[in-house]
Design a protein around this ligand. Structure first.
Ligand code: ADQ
Length: 748
């Protein structure tokens, strides 16, 4: 019944359109055929007049007109020619056939013939009237009036109308049949695909029949279903937003007893030697660490990372492990040691001079060296071996982090075929053309496809990745399920937008007020109380758009002089990859530009740009966020960017304006920020001016909306989504393994 209703939805408009087309086209057709025939009859008349002209010039010699009468009598024997008359030059009608209307004069005939529709109704029916000159050798001898029968046109037009009605009706039936068949097939495809998605099949990998009809909306459907799943579970268990507790309960219920191993280059805590020989613990400035550490605290697993701190070796046990966080241990960190050559080739070389610029497409040329690639492979193998060594069973859940370890998934898969490997790529994925310049693109892709799940920040990066695989590898792609099958192994490619841990009420209660933050910062940096304050917090990286940001500050002061001596910009920049020449020269350019701006605009010995090129503790960064009137995040390209989310989380007073680059993954979810193109200095300067002059009510409105987004889409949701997918994947693997064993037993 529902299907018939659906069909009617197609058919009724179709029939209405066809009916209307027939209704309006028939009179049009009539008029058209009539015009064609009138033209034909005019031509035919001219032909008759021509043919008769010789005989007529002879016949008119007969003064009694008998010859002419006889000639006309013979001519009207033609079934179409009904009547004829002759008008000599300057005279009235001289000869006519008996069928010629009695009361019609030559002038009447001339008048009717000159009308657009030269018709006349006589006794025998409608006729077409035409008048033609008759020429003899001596010159014109008069005019011939011809009347052609028109009743046959009526008959023909009725025939045409009948055929047209049959044609339209036949066409209608045919189109209706085709529409019904196509609609039925599409309907079935939709129902099948939607059912598969609802059963959860399409969420991870293709099961059952494919439904290409769903392809354009599969991603949206998946996301919506997840949201519904979340809402449903929350309503059932009366849970709040995603939190550490909720993540723990997910781990307990869906991954109970499963071991979680994280692999990343950067360690969550660095142990360094202080000037007095004491051990100092530091949290590195890294988006990855910011995001993954709360997850590890929630799941108490093992984290494998490169031990790069000067006191790292001194605090580990004999298995190179240390319990973290210091003082309240929740998980284990297993440190791996790299030689300087390994670190140089794998980390600085291949990862940061090759893959980083390759994926960011920020106009810095990637460098690919064979020796770096060898080190990259070697170090990836080292980490993969450590995963195998740390695994307590044959199917741990391995969370591989970032572009430093593209080869690890396939390496682990070889040793632990039943492991669930979830790889998260924290930086953007470029289009196939850009990625194609990497000499080892196929090896990298094959390495990544060792993963069960491949995660990116945005659907756009997923799409780029799938297209890259499609371009360079022999793989089967199921777009509607977002799955790649390579050498018989499936990889589910999905977007998981990363975020931050939302500060608890208790944490927020311990923060000094924004006014207190502004005051203490002002005292510390010598910023007058009446100055408006904008801040930037980044690693010293060329992708973060720090240079462009400074140009915007300079332009602001040029274009809006009212801000001179009323505005300060504080840029906190944590040193990063300082061994690389590209980074050194970048830092020098920033410093030179900051100097130039200060020389131009410093007043009373106070600099406009304060460049604080050192690592800051979390509390210091937070104070900066809370003190600021505006926060500038102007990345030229960024996977997600956590600084903007941290700024929003820090502003419980709902004040402060976020200026955010369109090219950061975060821009997709934070439209209430002032979105800018960092390459457009003028636009950024204007945005800065807008931020500094924005009324409090508007700031509040924008900030409240940003806060509710970041609170809900927090890091536990990011992890929760990935772990839910991983749990589903594991369940499916276990079921199919049991089915296979059962089948093998039965056969044996
Ligand atoms: P990053 O490129 O490191 O991360 P981002 O997401 O901005 O970039 O995170 C930087 C982190 O470092 C933030 O937590 C910030 O507070 C901190 N930080 C920056 N400067 C600091 C300083 N001077 N002192 C102390 N802390 C500082 C990569 C990707 C991002 C992605 C993350 C997470 O490039 O796009 O959002 O991973 O996936």
């Amino acid at each position: 019944m529902r299907f018939i209703t659906l069909q009617l939805r197609f058919l009724v408009p179709l029939l209405v359109v066809l009916g209307a087309a027939a209704y309006f086209s028939l009179p049009l057709m009539d008029r058209l055929t009539l015009r064609w025939f009138a033209r034909d009859l005019n031509m035919r008349g001219a032909l008759v007049a021509n043919t008769l002209s010789e005989s007529m010039s002879e016949a008119i010699q007969d003064p009694r007109g008998r010859k002419l009468q006889a000639l006309f009598g013979r001519a009207v024997l033609d079934e179409r020619l009904v009547a004829m008359g002759w008008c000599p030059p300057g005279g009235g009608l001289a000869v006519r056939t008996p069928t010629f209307p009695r009361d019609m004069s030559c002038a009447d005939a001339e008048r009717i013939a000159s009308e657009p529709d030269p018709q006349l109704r006589i006794e025998g029916g409608p006729v077409h009237v035409s008048v033609h000159d008759v020429q003899a050798e001596s010159g014109p001898v008069g005019r011939l009036v011809l009347m052609h029968d028109l009743s046959f046109i009526d008959r023909r037009s009725q025939d045409t109308r009948r055929y047209l009605i049959f044609l339209i009706a036949g066409l209608g039936v045919l189109i209706a049949l085709v529409t019904m068949v196509v609609a039925q097939l599409s309907w079935r495809g939709w129902v099948r695909g939607t059912r598969a998605l609802l059963r959860g099949e399409g969420l991870l990998r293709p099961m059952g029949a494919a439904s290409p009809e769903l392809e354009p909306i599969a991603q949206e459907l998946r996301t919506r279903l997840r949201d519904l799943e979340d809402e449903y579970r929350r309503a059932r268990t009366q849970e709040s937003d995603w939190s550490a507790t909720r993540l723990q309960s997910l781990l307990r219920t869906q991954l109970s007893g499963d071991q979680v191993i994280v692999v990343s280059n950067r360690e969550p805590y660095i142990h360094d030697r202080g000037p007095g020989g004491e051990v100092i613990v530091r949290r590195p400035a890294s988006g990855l660490v910011t995001a993954v550490e709360p997850v590890m605290r929630a799941c108490s697993g093992t984290w494998i990372a490169h031990g790069g701190g000067s006191a790292d070796r001194d605090v580990v046990d004999k298995h190179d492990r240390v319990a973290l966080p210091p003082g309240e241990p929740d998980y284990l960190l297993r440190r791996l040691w790299l030689t300087p050559e390994q670190e140089q080739g794998y980390y600085y070389g291949f990862a940061n001079e090759g893959l980083w610029p390759l994926c960011h497409v920020a106009h810095v040329r990637p460098v690919f060296r064979e020796s770096d690639w060898q080190q990259y492979r070697e170090v990836n193998q080292l980490f993969a071996d450590a995963v195998v060594a740390e695994a307590r069973g044959e199917d741990p859940l391995v969370l591989v982090q970032d572009y430093h370890f593209a080869l690890v998934p396939a390496m682990v898969r070889r040793k632990l075929p039943r492991a669930t490997i979830l790889t998260f790529w924290h930086i953007p994925w470029p289009n196939p053309e850009s990625f194609g310049i990497c000499p080892w693109r196929n090896e990298l892709l094959e390495g990544m496809l060792g993963s069960s799940i491949m995660g990116f920040h945005t659907p756009f990066h997923c799409k780029n990745f799938i297209e890259t695989v499609d371009r360079f590898l022999e793989a089967r792609i199921e777009h509607e399920h977002s799955t790649v099958t390579h050498r018989g192994e499936h990889t589910f490619v999905e977007s998981y937008p990363i975020s931050i841990e939302w500060p608890s009420a208790q944490t927020v209660a311990g923060w000094p007020s924004p006014q207190a933050c502004r005051h203490s910062l002002g005292v510390e940096l010598g910023i007058p109380a009446d100055h408006r304050l904008a801040v930037g917090v980044d690693r010293f990286d060329y992708t973060k758009g720090i240079l462009e940001r400074l140009h915007a500050v300079e332009r602001l002061l040029e274009k809006y002089p009212q801000w001179r001596d009323r505005f300060t910009f504080v840029q906190v920049a944590a040193p990063t990859r300082a061994m690389l020449e590209e980074y050194q020269s970048f830092q020098q350019r920033i410093q030179a530009l900051a100097r130039r701006i200060n020389e131009r605009y410093a007043t009373g010995g106070r600099d406009v740009v304060r460049l604080l090129a050192r690592h800051h503790e979390h509390d210091e960064v937070n104070r900066l966020y809370r003190a600021a009137d505006a926060c500038l995040v102007t990345s030229l390209h960024d996977g997600m960017n956590l600084v903007c989310k941290e700024f929003v989380a820090a502003r419980d007073d709902e004040q402060g304006v976020l200026i955010l680059s369109r090219f950061a993954g975060a821009a997709r979810d934070l439209p209430e920020a002032l979105l800018v193109n960092p390459y457009h200095v003028e636009e950024m300067a204007d945005a800065l001016h807008q931020a500094l002059t924005m009324p409090h009510a508007e700031q509040r409105e924008r900030m409240a909306s940003l806060r509710s987004t970041v609170r809900e889409f927090n890091v536990f949701r990011w992890a929760g989504r990935m772990l839910t997918d991983a749990a589903r994947w594991r369940l499916r693997e276990r079921v199919s393994l049991r089915v296979k064993r059962h089948r093998d037993d039965t056969l044996a």
